[in-house]
Design a protein around this ligand. Structure first.
Ligand code: EPU
Length: 338
């Protein structure tokens, strides 16, 4: 088994923004045993599908490119199927496979780019569902001790597009590398159709009791309509997180902008739509050099061709300043910057 890292490997084919960068050392990891030989590595980066990543330049450490495959039913009881995915499984293919087996529960997360191993890191979410809600446990290899550890849901400390893996920077500092994930898929399934995009798709087809496949098709249709295909127009999906502000700030903004989209949170804060703020700050469809904010969805940063990491950094800062000056709201990027 090849574990000897390769030197100076181009990461351009492995990131969906198609940014150029070299990895000082690179290993494609197809089995967790390979990680054993890498115990003690400190400066490393765990790469999944590269669909939530901004490469700002060359990386002088070790890139672990996760390609562990495998899908299996590992157990079931009266309430749920327990299904395992290797960290390198393509997320959308895995979701489609669960649906084809007759195991519902992940359909709202159809067509999200990336790998299964990356899904818990930023707790991917869409159309009213976060992966945390279907998560049972995961196995991660500890590069410092050379042992595998199991993380239950509580251990992962999931938040909005967040987990302990992201918060502690473990994808960067040579600690835990996720190797497999187990999901719990409910036998008593109820469709999540609260989002307008899904409700309208079903209504147009007069579907009143949707199947999991119907919901998946509705989600796929909405994503294809709104989000650019990274293979044609390189991007990383939503580029900024939807910001949460306190109630006083939300009321202040609402007086100035009565059509401000707002989503009250259980903790009393109010989540705003980053896409709306960016559009109203004048950045929808606007470009700086080779990069721009997508003309059909202001939240998506796109590479029109030939962009470098620093072009992305410049646009990130310009959009953040534009939104901050107009609304007094600070936007945080969603992807990881390396
Ligand atoms: N909007 C605008 N202008 C735009 C885009 C959006 O005004 O150019 C406003 C609209 O008012 C719209 C609202 O923003 O009603 C919300 O937009 P949308 O329904 O597209 O959802 P989003 O908040 O932009 C979030 C997730 C997406 C997820 C969708 C659907 C974040 C940062 N993004 O987007 O996740 O697919 O909801 O659930 O939470 C991703 O993380 O990469 C991603 C695509």
């Amino acid at each position: 088994m090849l574990t000897e890292p390769q030197k100076n490997v181009s990461l351009a084919p492995f990131n969906s923004l198609a940014l150029p960068a070299l990895a000082g050392r690179y290993v494609r990891v197809t089995a967790s045993e390979q990680l054993m030989a890498l115990t003690g590595t400190r400066r490393c980066f765990v790469l999944g599908g590269g669909s939530n990543l901004v490469l700002t330049g060359d990386f002088d450490g070790l890139v672990l490119h996760m390609a562990i495959s495998g899908r299996a039913l590992i157990g079931e009881d009266a309430h749920a199927w327990r299904v395992r995915a290797g960290a390198g499984e393509n997320w959308h293919d895995f979701v489609q496979w669960t649906l084809a087996q007759g195991w519902p529960g992940l359909e709202n997360l159809s067509l999200i780019p990336g790998t299964a191993g990356a899904a818990p890191v930023q707790n991917i979410g869409a159309y009213g569902l976060e992966v945390a809600e279907r998560f049972l446990w995961l196995t991660a290899f500890d590069l410092q001790t050379g042992k595998s550890a199991r993380f239950e849901r509580e251990d992962c400390r999931f938040g909005y597009r967040d987990s302990v893996f992201k918060r502690e920077g473990w994808h960067l500092n040579g600690r835990y590398v996720i190797t497999e994930i187990v999901f719990e898929l409910p036998k008593r399934w109820t469709p999540l159709t609260g989002y307008a995009d899904i409700g309208e798709w079903l209504a147009a087809r007069r579907i009143s009791t949707p199947s999991p496949g119907n919901v998946a098709d509705a989600v796929i249709s909405a994503r294809r309509r709104k989000l650019p295909d990274p293979a044609r127009l390189p991007n990383v999906g939503s580029f900024f997180q939807n910001p949460a502000v306190d109630e006083t700030k939300a009321v202040e903004l609402l007086e100035l902008y009565p059509d401000l989209p707002r989503y009250p949170q259980p903790d009393g804060r109010v989540k705003l739509s980053a896409g709306w703020l960016i559009e109203r700050a004048g950045w929808k469809g606007k470009r700086i050099g080779p990069v721009g904010m997508y003309e059909k969805h202001a939240l998506v940063l796109v590479n029109h061709g030939g962009a470098r990491g620093l072009d992305v950094v410049a646009l990130t800062r310009a959009v953040q300043s534009g939104v901050s000056e107009k609304f007094g709201v600070e936007l945080q990027p969603e992807p990881v910057f390396l």
